[in-house]
Write a protein that binds this ligand. Sequence first.
Ligand SMILES: [Zn+2]
Length: 198
Amino acid sequence: MDYLILVNSFEPLPKGYEKRIKLKAFGGKLFETQTADALAALMNDAEKCKAPLKIISGYRSEDHQHMLWEKEISKEMGNGLDYRSAVAKVGRTLALPGASEHETGLAVDFALPGTDDVSYSFARSTQAVWLEQNAHKYGFILRYPRLKEHITGIDFEPWHYRYVGTESAVMIKQNGICLEEFLNYYQDKYVNSTNKGI
Ligand SMILES: [Zn+2]
């Protein structure tokens, strides 16, 4: 399993990827197995720190993502947008089918207990602050941070976390970078240094 896989509208998932993921149920959703275990530890500690979290989304099949995409496009067109404008608007927060991190089983959307959907107001919660300060210790990163929209191509999403493994998550957090920057500038150096002597 490549925990550093980059998935976005420019780099959709390779064909047949779906069949290669080992999934495990956690919190009523499916996740890649190691991600599920790391998430269980994170949620447990968050609760102990009085920042209990609810999971809204985990793994989605490409068909599911397709359904979500169609639904959002129809909604925007129903509100009067033409198809191109609807695609542009929806694409700011929802990935095209085949290009969503949720299709890898490595992504999770959080919300506050008692709520049913993701929300920008989550950003102001104790839970969001706890996640920003601690998620990397469990191998998760805030995948679409503020001020990185021009690099990720996705608006700030306080609820969307992505599993990359602890070592990479710590580096990403400490350097204040996003996954794209990590892969471009740091990974070569990082991989070479950790592979020394092998
Ligand atoms: Zn998400």
